[in-house]
Design a binder for this molecule. Structure first.
Ligand code: FAD
Length: 136
């Protein structure tokens, strides 16, 4: 079965309550059943998430997530077949917050720490996510 990797960017919906611990518990519960793995970064206002797994599992998971009112303005940045997972060990790794070290990681790959998802390359975003996962 082919593996695929999906990357999206979204904005927290401030008018809906968000409990990150509860959210990540649902990720672990559901993703471990389907062998979807990945990484979620929440900087306080925006999410970047990478989902990796079988095509159907990633697709169904993404469509469920895309309908979740806890976030909005979801931009699907990439969905492609891949030979191997970047985040094999995480049913969903969570990196939360924007510390000085997080800023340094952003600045390693981007000209500024403000990421414009319409401008930046997905490869660079994946580099950021891998560096963030190394902090966990
Ligand atoms: P449930 O067991 O029904 O819900 C889990 C908990 O989340 C419950 O306690 C419930 O109160 C709460 N919850 C559910 N929906 C909402 C809502 N709309 N508003 C407020 N609280 C709610 N799901 C995955 O399976 N895998 C993922 O990788 C994943 N990533 C996500 C990333 C983001 C940024 C967001 C916002 C959501 C993500 N979700 C993910 C959650 C997904 O959108 C669904 O809520 C979840 O998959 C529903 O699964 P369930 O029916 O088993 O959860």
């Amino acid at each position: 079965m082919n593996l695929c990797r999906l990357v999206y960017y979204s904005e927290r919906n401030m008018s809906v309550a968000l409990d990150i611990a509860q959210l990540i518990a649902a990720c672990h519960k559901n993703n471990s059943k389907t062998t979807v793995t990945g990484m979620l970064h929440f900087n306080g206002t925006h999410f970047i998430q990478v989902l990796e797994g079988g095509r159907a599992d990633v697709s169904f998971t993404y469509h469920r997530i895309a309908g979740d009112p806890r976030h909005q303005k979801i931009l699907l940045l990439s969905c492609m077949d891949v030979r191997e997972r970047l985040f094999p060990g995480w049913s969903m790794g969570l990196h939360e917050g924007m510390t000085d070290h997080t800023r340094q990681i952003y600045l390693r790959y981007f000209a500024t720490e403000k990421v414009d998802p319409l401008q930046v390359s997905v490869e660079s975003l994946l580099d950021v996510m891998q560096d963030l996962s190394a902090e966990l």
